[in-house]
Design a protein around this ligand. Structure first.
Ligand SMILES: Cc1cc2nc3c(=O)[nH]c(=O)nc-3n(C[C@H](O)[C@H](O)[C@H](O)COP(=O)(O)OP(=O)(O)OC[C@H]3O[C@@H](n4cnc5c(N)ncnc54)[C@H](O)[C@@H]3O)c2cc1C
Length: 301
């Protein structure tokens, strides 16, 4: 079957294929093994054909944005990783932005700035794709995707298109319907407000400066490793439990921000997982709070 699948995939136009390909270079943590197949659709129609084919062949797949909120297992992924990073077309009309899901939030925020549109400043330092940000309802400094999303054009796992309005996307703290149902974000429509370029630029600069001061951006990581628990931020809890600097292999609780696990060079997914479990166990024992992991675990550990 694998040969027939390979032949069919090779027949899809505007689709790049790599076999037995390293995933870690496509993640912010720089951790993880190889994918059996790594597929890069260069257009939305290639993505549609790809998803339909994988459905027909019943092959497991994972949709990858910028890989900034995942922990990929050391043994990699059995199936197809679909990298969306080449889907980055944008159309701006008045205060409405329609963008393909693979564009980075940083470049989208810059385009909004260039057009004098305000509302995406909060997102300019979040290192993900638009699709990943919708999936996570990403947010920072008082802003969240749900403040700006109008609707999303999605693909189901059989390759059919559907459009869901903001109200139907079930957006809440680090949650969207994409986490519940097999749906792929293809194109997202945002509604922003007219603003002054100078003010937008200043706000973005200020937020990015604050991020740089607080977060260990000089090391690979997957951002905040734990979700905010009701009434608590994970970072201070971990710090109060005396865990800053705790290390398993090359995975370490950041000295700069205890909510981050950083990769000091050669951390494995197994190191990260062991460190997460240690922190959860100690924080629960000392503080009575069950910390929930934010990034997704992908593939074989
Ligand atoms: C240094 C650092 C700082 C961060 N700061 C913040 C922050 O301030 N606020 C915040 O909210 N997050 C933050 N994050 C986490 C991360 O950037 C966000 O969660 C981001 O939205 C993830 O997007 P991504 O494209 O990297 O998704 P990925 O990591 O590639 O994927 C995450 C999930 O989204 C799914 N997904 C991706 N694209 C699609 C698509 N097109 N359709 C369907 N599903 C899709 C994936 O399947 C996966 O389940 C930070 C991360 C780092 C490394």
């Amino acid at each position: 079957m694998i040969e027939k699948l390979k032949d069919t995939l090779a027949g899809i136009k505007e689709l790049e294929l790599k076999y037995d390909h390293q995933i870690k270079e496509y993640t912010s943590f720089k951790i993880g093994g190889k994918a059996d197949i790594f597929a890069i659709p260069m257009s939305v129609s290639a993505l549609e054909s790809l998803v339909k084919t994988l459905g027909d062949f019943q092959v497991p797949f994972f949709v990858l944005g910028k890989g900034s909120n995942i922990i990929v297992g050391d043994k990699g992924y059995r199936g197809v990783i679909i990298y969306t990073g080449e889907l980055k077309k944008v159309i701006i009309k008045d205060n409405i932005i329609k963008a393909e899901a693979g564009i980075s939030l940083a470049s989208l925020a810059n385009k909004a700035l260039e057009t004098g549109l305000s509302g995406l400043e909060f997102a300019s330092g979040i290192p993900g794709s638009l699709g990943g940000a919708l999936y996570m309802n990403a947010g920072a400094y008082g802003g969240e995707m749900q403040d700006v999303v109008k609707e999303a054009s999605l693909l189901d796992y059989s390759g059919r298109r559907l459009v869901l309005k903001k109200e139907e996307l079930d957006l809440a703290y680090r949650h969207s319907i994409l986490q519940e149902k097999p749906l792929i974000a293809v194109e997202i429509t945002l509604e922003l407000k007219a603003g002054k370029a100078e003010e937008i630029r200043e706000k973005m600069k200020d937020l990015n400066q604050r991020r740089k001061e607080k977060q260990p951006l000089e090391w690979p990581s997957a951002g905040s490793i734990f979700k905010r628990s009701p009434g608590y931020y994970a970072g201070p809890l971990i710090e109060e439990a005396g865990l800053k600097g705790l290390r398993v292999g090359d995975a370490q609780i950041s000295e700069k921000h205890a909510g981050f696990i950083i990769n000091l060079g050669n951390a494995t997914a197994a190191d990260v997982r062991e460190l997460i479990e240690k922190v959860q166990e100690i924080v629960y024992r000392k503080k009575g709070v069950k910390l929930e992991v934010e990034p997704r675990f992908i593939g074989d550990f």
